[in-house]
Design a protein around this ligand. Structure first.
Ligand SMILES: Cc1ncc(COP(=O)(O)O)c(C=O)c1O
Length: 412
């Protein structure tokens, strides 16, 4: 494959118009949208308006006049379109960690008295998922079991809750949400799915999967900005069965009645606790809109097709270059998310730093992973080609041996 072929791929790309929605420095090839999505250009003017008009002029009236109070619902309704949920089923609120706590707490409450003893998850699930699972297990007298191999085989009659991140943050392996949920249900278990690395990256259908609790991250593939709110969906067959543990006033059925007894709101509204973070939600809305802009171009199916084409091309070019890296991402595209990860035993961190110095931004995950995320809305085939040329240069010229690239930053 030569540069001409790559240019043809970009010319034929049905999603190429989406890139103009983002502000990305021209000298940067951004392969870290799986960690922090690029900035939608619309964010600046939107936030200026929210600050100067809605807050500055509207003042407290904007809770009504700008419909601030329902912003978590309105953004949630937009996210719903990306994950197969319906209107009024998704709330954009809190962080992923907090939503995980709420979902696991409710799932554990619903399993009380079942005699089930296990909260099952993956050994290399994201740490926040594991930490919160451990705490919930302690509170509810469960035991966390961490699977390393076949997850379906580990689900037994003892499993109370199956907690999985749909796309593993290290390897990029995609789990079959529908099949694993069915296996869990057959054993009487409830499922909690973390979509941090799948919402906005590939088609998700929470209803078709019949999942129980689903949550995800706003600042990765949803392009919501640093610390963007997370989102949460609870299956309608469960949402009203139990109050969530953070029983704040905005999850109350009538917050402005100011009564002192807690009566949870109906539906996903009860998953609110405190006041919505209006600036962050306004930015997140811009991010989600960049994905909804793909709807007339084929939507999440088209995003998935391009994501696989980008990751396939990246892997193929690296294979051809015969670099001393080990691919830990599945070759089988049916079980691959939208990232590609390699290991290098000694210099993974320095290689990523040397690449960043060349303008190719990926990231490092301890202890030895070089991780590259591909966001179809703003990544071109030419970006992939160029990033591999840079990686080849970093390795062949041993640029990573520069001591400046070996000192670890606090945030990797
Ligand atoms: C799989 C997964 N879950 C949860 C989180 C943490 O999300 P938050 O910072 O919103 O709590 C991350 C962050 O990278 C993640 O990758």
């Amino acid at each position: 494959m030569n540069l001409h072929d790559i240019q043809q791929l970009d010319l034929a790309d049905p999603l190429r118009s989406l890139r103009s929605q983002f502000t990305i420095p021209p000298e940067v090839i951004y392969l870290d949208g799986n960690s922090l999505g690029a900035m939608p250009t619309a964010v600046s003017a939107t936030l200026k308006d929210v600050v100067e008009q809605e807050w500055g002029v509207g003042l407290i009236r904007s809770w009504n006049t700008a419909d601030w109070m329902r912003l978590p619902n309105r953004v949630g309704n937009k996210i719903a379109r990306l994950i197969g949920a319906k209107d009024n089923e998704v709330m954009a609120v809190d962080s992923t960690s907090v939503n995980l706590y709420k979902a696991l707490n409710v799932a554990a409450t619903l399993q009380k008295g079942s005699g089930k003893t296990v909260l099952l998850t993956e050994r290399d699930n994201f740490p926040t998922d594991i930490y919160i699972a451990e705490q919930i297990a302690q509170q509810f007298g469960l035991r966390v079991e961490m699977v390393e191999g076949d997850i379906a085989a580990a689900i037994t009659g003892d499993t109370a809750i199956l907690l999985l991140t749909q796309v593993n943050y290290r390897t990029g392996t995609l789990h079959d949400m529908t099949a694993l949920t069915a296996t869990a249900h057959a054993q009487g278990a409830l499922t909690v799915w973390d979509l941090a690395h799948s919402a906005g990256a590939l088609p998700v259908d929470v209803h078709a999967a019949n999942a129980d609790f689903v949550l995800g991250c706003g600042y990765k593939y949803l392009n919501g900005g640093p610390g963007a709110p997370s989102f949460i969906w609870v299956n309608p067959r469960l949402v009203n069965t139990c109050a969530q543990p953070l029983v704040g006033w905005l999850g109350h059925t009538a917050p402005f009645a100011f009564t002192t007894d807690y009566v949870p709101a109906q539906g996903i509204q009860r998953y609110m606790a405190g006041s919505p973070t209006i600036f962050s939600l306004a930015a997140l809305q811009c991010g989600v809109d960049t994905l909804l802009a793909a709807e007339p171009l084929g939507g999440m199916q088209a995003i998935r097709r391009k994501s696989l084409a980008l990751t396939n091309l990246f892997m193929r070019l690296i294979d051809e270059a015969k670099l001393p890296l080990t691919c830990i991402t599945p070759r089988d595209e049916s079980i691959r998310g939208s990232q590609v990860s390699y290991t290098h035993p000694t210099h993974a961190y320095a290689m990523v730093q040397a690449l960043i110095a060349r303008g190719v931004i990926g990231d490092f995950r301890a202890p030895d992973i070089l991780r590259f995320g591909f966001t179809p809305a703003y990544t071109s085939y030419h970006d992939v080609w160029q990033s591999v040329q840079h990686l080849i240069a970093v390795i062949e010229k041993e640029e990573y041996l520069n001591p400046a690239f070996m000192t670890k930053n606090a945030i990797t």
